[in-house]
Design a protein around this ligand. Structure first.
Ligand code: NAP
Length: 260
């Protein structure tokens, strides 16, 4: 399917690996020029080089921490007029509710709530002026179905979801479409660290943790970054002109419900 976004310009945050990279690749395959970001320059440059070689699109890189004011300013300086913004950052550490005080909550809010809110707020005026824009925020299945071990994620991302839900409805008439994707378990470095934590907490091997997690998913396996990226790129396409403020759950059927 032609996504109708060839030649558009996208900022893809936290995109040297995992879901961000999967999204960057799918956008590049649709002919979108990219500004990629991650903290580690070497991995970021290697990803940019691989994408340029595979898809022939223009790829800029900004090695910085997207959860800081300086990091966000550097990314916006590299791409001041994006048509597409993919909000993403690393997830908070797992634990239990009694582990988390003000400091831990502040960092979760900065990374998974304030950072995407501030980036969205920065790019919206230009998108509105140009009459076209797409903002896709990578949140988590934990927004819909809370996971006790990642309470910081449950809380911070729920706040972001509230902001996007309201703002999506305020800007839709200008041709700016904002939706969220709620990943369930995808086979990336993030899942490796969560499975390591589970193996330690439950006194089982990492392989056992992976097997039991995958067995609980109706699809019978973790998702892939490529599957995730294809859905994200679709949400950036011309075809979603009437899809406003939705939360798309990609979890292999894990959340059990008759509707949504
Ligand atoms: P990942 O495979 O660990 O990749 C994370 C990417 O983000 C890397 O490129 C990393 O590069 C970059 N990054 C991390 N912190 C950053 C920061 N502060 N500034 C800039 N770049 C940063 O993780 P993932 O699985 O793709 O997860 C992406 C997001 O989805 C996370 O918020 C995660 O919690 C959420 N999520 C994932 C799953 C899943 O199953 N994978 C499920 C639900 C939610 P550097 O380390 O070099 O910065």
């Amino acid at each position: 399917m032609d996504l109708g976004i060839k030649g558009r310009r996208a900022i893809v945050c936290a995109s040297s690996k995992g879901l961000g990279r999967g999204t960057a690749e799918a956008l590049a395959a649709a002919g979108v020029n990219l500004t990629l970001n991650a903290r580690t320059k070497e991995t970021l440059d290697a990803t940019a080089e691989a994408i340029t070689k595979a898809y022939g699109v223009e790829v800029k890189t900004v090695a910085c921490d997207i959860t800081t004011d300086e990091g966000r300013a550097a990314v916006l300086e590299a791409e001041p007029a994006p048509d597409i913004l993919i909000n993403n950052a690393g997830g908070p550490p797992p634990g239990v509710w009694s582990d988390w005080g003000r400091k831990e909550w502040q960092s979760a809010f900065e990374a998974n709530m304030l950072t995407p809110i501030l980036l969205t707020t920065a790019v919206l005026p230009g998108m509105i002026e140009r009459g076209w824009g797409r903002v896709v925020s990578i949140t988590s299945g934990s927004v819909k179905s809370p996971i006790p071990q990642i309470g910081l994620s449950n809380g911070a991302r729920a706040g972001l979801t509230g902001f996007i839900g309201g703002t999506a409805r305020a800007v839709a008439k200008h041709g700016v479409i904002m939706n969220n994707i709620l990943p369930g378990q995808h086979d990336t470095d993030r899942i490796v660290s969560l499975m390591n934590a589970r193996s330690k907490n439950e006194g089982i091997t990492v392989d056992q943790a992976r097997e039991s997690a995958q067995a609980a998913i109706p699809r019978g396996r973790f998702g892939t970054a490529a599957e995730f990226g294809s859905v994200a790129a679709f949400l950036c396409s011309e075809h979603v002109g009437f899809m406003v403020g939705q939360n798309v759950l990609l979890d292999g059927g894990l959340f059990n419900s008759t509707m949504g």
